[in-house]
Design a protein around this ligand. Structure first.
Ligand SMILES: [Zn+2]
Length: 221
């Protein structure tokens, strides 16, 4: 198997596009081998009446496959841990990510930050899973955590981290990327998430800057 240049660890279909679609697209365009590992199939999202709740995981997986194609992602691996309940399955998640690290031997790994970007419990669990798997891995990839250069301003949501805490824990960017040249690909990828149109619309409204600019925080050497 080819070695991955970039491996991204995610919780839900759409995380790759919203949080680091430009980074992924740029890497692919530069001929790099890009891999995403998504731990859930997003079964807890809205259906907007487009399918049944039972059909949602496979619909969202298809949306992810189309978005991955738009971004030029070389391999989009999807697992089936419970959306909304990832924190109860961190051991399994860590084993899945450890396996992906061993198979792909990535030069660079990207994951969620401790605050999960928006305090989402699955995103925060995905951070802990990534850290645990990287600790147990004997390779030495460069590790970047996703972050935002713009403040977090959303209201409190049940089950999510307190918004003030999300903002207090927002990592300072050590790498800010202008990704305007990937904007069309990102928008196309986003357009594939029809069932998630409401959250995509909210993201567009709250964080337009994050479409053409992405921020990361490098940890370790
Ligand atoms: Zn998510």
């Amino acid at each position: 198997m080819k070695r991955a240049d970039l491996l991204v660890i995610l919780a839900h279909p759409d995380d790759e596009t919203l949080h680091c679609g430009g980074l992924l697209h740029r890497a692919a365009r530069n001929g790099e081998v890009t891999v995403t590992v998504t731990l859930t199939r997003g079964g807890a999202g809205r259906t907007l009446g487009m399918c049944t709740t039972g059909e949602l995981p496979s619909v969202r997986e298809q949306e992810l496959r189309r978005a991955a194609e738009a971004l030029g992602i070389g391999c989009a691996e999807v697992h089936d841990l419970p959306d909304g309940g990832l924190s109860a399955h961190e051991e399994t998640g860590t084993a899945l990510i450890s396996d992906a690290l061993r198979r792909w031997r990535p030069r660079r790994v990207v994951g969620f930050p401790p605050n999960g970007m928006n305090g989402h419990p699955d995103h925060r669990a995905a951070h802990r899973i990534a850290v645990a798997a990287l600790r147990a891995y004997d390779g030495h990839p460069q590790v970047l955590l996703m972050t935002s250069a713009v403040p977090y301003t959303e209201p409190a949501r049940p089950g999510f981290m307190d918004p003030e805490q999300v903002e207090a824990e927002r990592l300072s960017p050590t790498l800010s990327m202008q990704v305007s040249d990937s904007l069309a690909a990102k928008l196309r990828a986003m357009g594939h998430y029809e069932t998630q149109a409401r959250s995509v619309a909210k993201f567009l409204r709250l964080y337009p800057e994050r479409f053409y600019s992405e921020a990361f925080h490098q940890i370790g050497g």
